[in-house]
Ligand binder design. Structure first.
Ligand code: TPP
Length: 371
């Protein structure tokens, strides 16, 4: 019997060595204190207020969207509360010319990138107008197929690279998405071409009811980037400053031609997976909820900004009122969209020629609609 080769090279030790390197990057702690001054991005007062404004506004958008869904006035909706730092601070590091490839929960980023809110509501209703993005707004429609946006982002990033653009493609998936083949293909492809992509995994601890621990043997999701040869980082996803800095640095690398970065943001979704009926109390405890509520991104950023004299209850109230008003107007606009015909849905499915099977269905619906 020869010597066990695994003992000789001790790959377990190598694995642990790599895993131990993935410490969580944090700048602002739960108390709203800077714990990593060296990494502080020193955003201007205006920028800090703007980022806070977006997070507060988006929390309200989430609450209103949930109510509208319950009233039957929205369709598909995936709650976002708890993920504001992960979503909006990463978006804050982008430029207008960057492309966003969102998952279904990433509506806030594309709205802040320029998709009119009333269109986002129509997307929720499954209306084709919701997916018609205005010229100059560089976003794709939210992806429902888990992980597929990672491959598309690799493709968009390669296109930007080939055209010599100084911009990036950023994409988002969840911890569950990181188990998909598309995830590995996307990061590997972008790594091989050194394309300007930013891959974000929003680790909100659950893929519907499946806890993160059952998703993979890997200690972190960030470490998966190592196999693709791309720099990867584990970030406190409840810390807006840490998320901002990680994304800013990833963007700088990408436009310098140094290739993609993988960012895992540790966060939590407070609500259900979607409004379609899962009950989080069946797969997690109130203790876990409370533990994460104590890390809330808005609470800690509020403390930080208040200590700097940049935020107040009154200011927050103004943002909340403005959000409510704009949401009301947007839903009115969405209501004014003409009722969607099945033929319109089919017509808008392909940029090129309609495949024969759809042509057949199209003819049937055209006939029905003419009566
Ligand atoms: C290819 C594919 N398989 C399964 C589904 C059904 N599905 C919808 S959401 C989801 C879980 C995704 O979890 P995660 O990636 O962690 O994202 P989160 O919703 O938590 O943000 C699954 C399996 C799907 N949409 N696409």
């Amino acid at each position: 019997m020869g010597e066990n080769i695994l003992n000789k090279f001790d790959p377990t030790a190598t694995l642990h060595e790599i895993e131990d390197k993935f410490q969580m990057f944090q700048i602002l702690n739960e108390e709203g204190e800077i714990v990593n001054e060296e990494a502080n991005p020193n955003l201007s007062d205006e920028e800090l207020v703007e980022l806070m404004t977006r997070m507060v506004y988006t929390r309200i958008l989430d609450q209103r969207s949930i109510s509208l869904n319950r009233q039957g006035r929205l369709g598909f909706y995936a709650p976002t509360a708890g993920q504001e730092a992960s979503q909006l601070a990463s978006h804050f590091a982008l430029e207008k010319e960057d492309w966003i490839l969102p998952g279904y929960r990433d509506v806030p980023q594309i709205v802040w990138h320029g998709l009119p809110l009333w269109k986002a509501f129509l997307f929720s209703r499954g209306h084709f107008i919701g997916n018609q993005v205005p010229e100059g707004v560089n976003v794709l429609a939210p992806q429902i197929i888990i992980g597929a946006q990672y491959i598309q982002a690799a493709g968009v990033a390669l296109g930007l690279q080939k055209r010599g653009k100084k911009s990036v493609a950023i994409t988002y998936t969840g911890d569950g998405g990181s188990s998909q083949g598309d995830f590995y293909e996307g990061i590997n492809f972008a790594g091989a071409f050194k394309s300007p992509a930013i891959f974000i995994v929003q680790n909100n601890q659950y893929a519907i009811s499946t806890p993160r621990e059952l998703q993979t043997s890997a200690k972190t999701i960030a470490q998966k980037g190592i196999a693709a040869g791309i720099p990867s980082v584990l970030v406190d996803g409840m810390d807006p400053l840490a998320v901002y800095v990680a994304t800013r640095d990833a963007r700088e690398r990408a436009v310098r031609g140094e290739g993609p970065t993988l960012i895992e943001t540790m966060c939590y979704r407070y609500g259900p997976h979607t409004m379609a009926g899962d009950d989080p109390t069946r797969y997690r405890t109130a203790d876990t909820d409370n533990e994460w509520a104590a890390k809330d991104p808005i609470v800690r950023f509020r403390k930080y900004l208040e200590a700097k004299g940049l935020w107040s209850e009154q200011k927050e109230e103004e943002v909340i009122e403005r959000a409510k008003e704009e949401i009301k107007e947007a839903i009115k606009l969405a209501d004014q969209a003409p009722k969607q015909k099945v033929t319109e849905l089919i017509e808008n499915m392909h940029a090129s020629e309609m495949p024969y099977n759809l042509q057949e269905q199209y003819a049937i619906y055209k006939e029905k609609e003419s009566k």
